[in-house]
Design a protein around this ligand. Sequence first.
Ligand SMILES: [Zn+2]
Length: 305
Amino acid sequence: MTIRMDGRSHSRGRRALVAAVACLTAIGCHRPATQQPARQIVLPPEMEYSPPPPLPSSRATAKSVEEIIVLGTSLERRPIEAMVFGRRGEMTLIMGGFHGNESTGVELCRSLVRYLREHPEVYPDRRIAIIPEVNPDGVAHGTRANRNGVDINRNFPASNFPTRPSGRFAGGRRPASEAETRAVLTATRRLQPAKIVSIHSIAAGRHGNNYDGPAHALATIMSRHNGYPVLPTMGYETPGSFGTWAGVDQRIPTITLELPRNVSPARCWEVNREAILAAVRFVPPDGGTLRAGADSGSRATAVGK
Ligand SMILES: [Zn+2]
């Protein structure tokens, strides 16, 4: 069953009402980021397509559920979809294809979908959502950016989004200006994941388990399985990145899994399958809230991707 989450059928009045409530909630809940637990993501109304839709119904079997949820639509009218496995329990969100020229991450997500269809024993008491192609137009054209030329992994309403974007900045004129970004924001708010793995690829030698926010333990466990290094930073600035928004600002343990770009998708799946399943099974010791000494850094120093 396919569920639309862009809510085009909602009336303007209802949308305005919910937007106002969301706005008030956001103001009421505001606290400094250093104290904010990873719970109840509330977004400004302009960053969402819609008010919350009803819970997805399912074409469930006794053991497993796979829902296909449409989170949004790209400029070239491609759907941005999440596949959701499991009926109850903690949610892990896994995404690929932020950058359309990093097809290995897309392939890894597809391999994971195939694996989960055959292995419902992985999720009797947990949920997994997979968005294989965050930027489906970029994937179709093999481009890093979307069709507006915006780098989706620089377009998030993160604390380090530039107040005056310069000409060299490809993250768009304002945060969440792109449909792909809003689809991911909607997924995060809607699914309330306890942890997130965002899959990219990079030149071999620079690959690794890069983490944002309270995710050092998660990165370490993945490293035991895939042998990649644990990276608190990628070593370059990434204003407006998803990792900064989700990990540093929202306090959701967030891994940017950087695959070695010159290694085949089949080999990357072989190397990373157990790492991803370990991430799915991983329960943050403190429920994902801030832990002293295990953070990827402050707002000022968080970089990656
Ligand atoms: Zn990337």
